[in-house]
Design a protein around this ligand. Structure first.
Ligand code: FAD
Ligand code: NAP
Length: 337
């Protein structure tokens, strides 16, 4: 069914109250193809929607929104060391993480509690606590919007980078990702040396490491630090962590000895964007019904009823002030519509 002038308020975690011109949901590939054939789809702009947790609507969407609801988790093959699991793009990401943990499929426990859908996981190569989806990605199936054909993408076709892939750049808007196959490990290789994971495991008095314990620790850290979108509208980190040359980092460090940076290869350093924004004075900043979260300066928030354009303008002011203070150009991670 195609809805006209449909509210997107409950379909974006920022909770921005905008409408789209047309809206439909698709439960399988045939349903997607039928929608792609519709005149209203062909003659309007389109947006493929997952959980709406990585976007900001700055105005009504004057086009067709297609919500991907393709479900299913299938174990399609296995070797001595790996399982290959094909997952519908409309599955909730965290539910898939929990299913993997239950089945002793390892490799995504560090990506617990990331909101959104499986289909969006390759879009920006989701990452957290030292793990990125590209490490367990095997292939994806995507419906080519102009032709309705299924195209297969292996990892090398996706050009995964830091919160990047071809689907955010070269192929932006060209595909409906329908299924993703992950290659998960049958034996664990836990990665707990990132952020506060180790200390949280100690606090939980975990004696024997397991995927469930790592996941529980990460869920506990995330729940204590990040605003829950069900309570305060947000789309997670609004900006990416900028990567600068080591000499730029050294210059910043000379002026600000507490500057936070992590090496990227031999010649570059990743700066913590949250630290830069905090130092520029924005952490906890509030203007009416929107602002910067009090515990995490990377997260912009809608306290209820804010306009997307106001949040976008705030992001612009933050970009400018960080540039003026540190000479570093931040980039938005959130997709703007
Ligand atoms: P949407 O917001 O619905 O879509 C995002 C983009 O992908 C849009 O451009 C959309 O058109 C496109 N898209 C979505 N599905 C498809 C599809 N099937 N086919 C084609 N295009 C599609 N991200 C991280 O990487 N790491 C984190 O730790 C993290 N933590 C977060 C914490 C919070 C509290 C929040 C609110 C967000 C966080 N995010 C994080 C960002 C976000 O959850 C992820 O980027 C997630 O993968 C987005 O999924 P989604 O289904 O909600 O995508
Ligand atoms: P944090 O642990 O306070 O760390 C702050 C920043 O330092 C993070 O951005 C992280 O970079 C970096 N960092 C920390 N330890 C590192 C290490 N050992 N090596 C390299 N870089 C390190 O961060 P947080 O805000 O609580 O987030 C925890 C994790 O969840 C991070 O990985 C973060 O990316 C992820 N997260 C992402 C979103 C989103 O919307 N994208 C939202 C919330 C949390 P990285 O960000 O590059 O990992």
């Amino acid at each position: 069914m195609i809805h006209s002038n449909y509210s997107l308020k409950s379909f974006n975690t920022f909770g921005i109250n905008v409408d789209c011109k047309f809206f439909a949901e698709a439960k399988n590939e045939d349903a997607v193809r039928l929608i792609l054939e519709e005149k209203d789809f062909k003659t309007n702009d389109h947006l493929i929607l997952g959980g709406g947790s990585n976007l900001l609507f700055t105005k009504d969407f004057d086009g067709f929104v297609l919500k991907n609801n393709i479900h299913g988790v299938e174990l399609i093959s296995e070797t001595d060391d790996h399982v290959f699991v094909r997952v519908g793009a409309g599955e909730v990401w965290h539910n898939f993480v929990l299913a993997a943990i239950k089945n002793n499929w390892f490799g995504i426990e560090n990506l617990s509690l990331i909101p959104g859908s499986v289909g969006a996981s390759p879009m920006q190569n989701i990452g957290a606590y030292g793990v990125e989806i590209k490490e367990v990605f095997y292939e994806l199936e995507a419906i080519h919007i102009p032709t309705g054909e299924i195209h297969y993408f292996e990892s090398s076709d996706c050009d995964f980078g830091y919160r990047e892939s071809v689907f955010k750049n070269k192929h932006k808007g060209e595909y409906v990702i329908s299924r993703v196959t992950y290659k998960l490990n049958k034996t664990p290789k836990f990665n707990v040396g990132y952020g506060a994971v180790e200390s949280e495991l100690e606090k939980m008095q975990v004696k024997e490491l397991s995927a469930k314990a790592v996941s529980d620790a990460i869920v506990a850290i995330r729940s204590s630090k990040l605003p829950n979108p069900a309570e305060i509208g947000n789309s997670g980190s609004f900006f990416k962590n900028p990567v600068v040359s080591n000499s730029v980092f050294e210059a910043i460090k000379t002026k600000y000895p507490n500057a936070v940076g992590y090496p990227v290869g031999e010649e570059a350093t990743k700066l913590a964007a949250g630290w830069l924004i905090d130092q520029a004075g924005w952490k906890g900043y509030t203007e009416g019904n929107f602002g910067v979260h009090k515990n995490q300066a990377l997260v912009l928030v809608n306290y209820g009823g804010a306009a997307g354009a106001d949040i976008y303008n705030l992001s612009e002011r933050i970009l400018q002030s960080v540039f003026e203070k540190f000479g570093v150009q931040l980039e938005r991670e959130v997709n703007i519509y």
